[in-house]
Design a protein around this ligand. Sequence first.
Ligand code: ZN
Ligand code: ZN
Ligand code: FE
Length: 767
Amino acid sequence: MNEAVTEGLFIHITGIVQGVGFRPFVYELATRNKLTGWVRNTSGGVEIEVNGTSESLTRMLAGLRSELPPLARIDTLETRECIPGDFDSFNIIESQFSEGDFIPVSPDVSICQDCQNELFDPNDRRYRYPFINCTNCGPRFSIVKDIPYDRPNTTMAAFQLCSQCNEEYTNPTNRRFHAQPIACPDCGPFISFEENGKTVASKEDALNLARHALRNGQIIAVKGLGGFHLACDASNQRAVELLRDRKKRSDKPFALMAFDLATVEKHCSVSKMERSLLLDRRRPIVLLQRKEDSPISRAVAPNQSTLGFMIAYTPLHLLLLEPEPGYPDAFVMTSGNLSEEPIAYDDADAKFRLNPLADAFLLHNRPIHMRVDDSVVRGLNDDFTIIRRSRGYAPNPIILPTKLPPILACGAELKNTFGLSRDNYAFISHHIGDLENFETLNSFEQGIIHYERLFKIKPEVIATDLHPDYLSTRYGLARAKQENLPAFSIQHHHAHITSVMADNGWNSDQPVIGLSYDGTGMGTDGQIWGGEILVCTYGSFQRKFHLRYIPLPGGDVSIRKPARMALAQLWEAGIAWNDDLVPVKFLSMEEKKAIRFQLDNEKNAPKTSSMGRLFDAASALLGVCQVATYEGQAAIELESIVDKKETEEYEFNISEDEINPAPMWEELLRDLFSGTPIPALAARFHNSIARLSLKTCQSIRSELGYNTVALSGGVWQNMILLERTKFLLSQDGFDVLVHHQLPTNDGGIALGQLMIASAAYTNQGKV
Ligand code: ZN
Ligand code: ZN
Ligand code: FE
């Protein structure tokens, strides 16, 4: 009676299971376990039918989870027993597609170790070929025009496979089986070098010319994976300054690229967590502590103690950066654009826009379909935080705690991303940028069209920010009107807090305490909010405390000039403008007169409760930053000088619902004048904000009993404030929610908008 009984099993899998070597993996697994049957792609995932003994079927199911290929991700796996079919082997059968189905698309990923070994192996037929890839690596999202993810739907469609590539492509046991971007020197794309509008070399010669130019301190535009970079030798002061000048970017740090980890470690100290982030196949830019003796030009990141490094992630980058005696080892790789325009990705557009910025171009003929910027992350002890979520991360969906109707969330204004929901998925777009010019707005609109087509989503609801003048709001409202869809205008800080709730899978009607510390955000009273302590559910919020309103003399000009914020804070606190204070000295007589007039007469002085502006004022008063040329500069520079050993703190006045910083300013100035070192004062300022956060949360807990605190908003990019606040809250028994999958800045806000719009849509009329 030992004869094994044959059973039949049908398996349906969803997730990232196409274009990542999933079917060959299933084929190998089934064959190894002596199962018969088939596997196929469908437009909604992968289907498998297998016959075998119950033991082998169990092993197969376990293997599906435990031996998954590196890029694959299973979101759901459903099985049902079926009558065993008549199979004598296991086969990969033809794909089946039906209208309206969808499947997530893999983000772009860095070159894998196997391909990198082949790239530098003189005996390999792809030796030094800049477009080597396989099912475990290479371009994905940036070359996909439509689903299903098959070669004709990518920008590789024009390249006809040679017979050797075709053999690999059709052999299920080959690492390149159905690798859609598969290519080789005989049949694939190639590189070229262009100077003064003329192609002067191609292939290896082009590479040599590009390396020669970099060695000689020139700036070259390099076409990469998701767009163009501007590259130069990071240790060449003259080259870096020239690039700053040409890009019209005075202070904002440039990203750097190195060939490998060892090189990064020469210039920066790298923790265990940071090492794993650098080597992660998403290859983000990682913010690292700079080593004092690094020869990298200070002009790369003025007034900062950190450098943003990434490791070469495409074969082309590896070839361009390959070490050689006398060759630079760290390269500026900043996005190819002028100041705040979006990164160039189309050849013709890049040649036009980057011509005044670059001495030469390193180009290739594989078109980029979707522009994707480099992502930026920062390590934090055993954790990390995403500052810009783009290449490698997008368009991976966020898995939601509940099913949502199809909603388009238009995001905010700065660091825009938009979001689209379908079932349990929230597709949060790659980083679009600051919606302040026509090019970026265009990129936003094209992006929405692309995501809707790719993921087969037709929005039934539109969510926008409450601010009527954001270009994203205007787009959303116009579209709602045109398509006759319900639109919800969502308070910015409510969206921040619900974003971090959903980021953590919060699935309950239980309210949380939300600390939204941010730069701006239109409030329900028409004022500019940003230092908000809320009580939130997905459906509603209540404002429990906020920073005292202070005037912004001259409006936006005060956002660019932290010195003006310092004077406004002093004015509000009734403290005289002492001529020994740096911001008082810094501003001209006329400007001070104008500010005084605006404050005294409430003329052109909108009010704000922004935490970002509070940091600006502190940064200016401590003499750190008087003028900001990029968002958050004053706070970033203040954070970078903090004396981490300092534990003292100052008092805020917390009344009914208002937090008044006046007593803190008084103590801070007293200590400043008595000669306390600036780094200690910077620390005390941070400590004071952490303490006031704890106090307000305690007050809400004793009133309402809520014990979970959610942190969101751009100010939380400040690691010192974040760690200190988390520590105080956890020590006092609070559960603390912070972002893991999305940025804490406005790049994460679309997720909150989706959740709120869904709640409002289902309870029509309540919000
Ligand atoms: Zn590979
Ligand atoms: Zn080929
Ligand atoms: Fe915000």
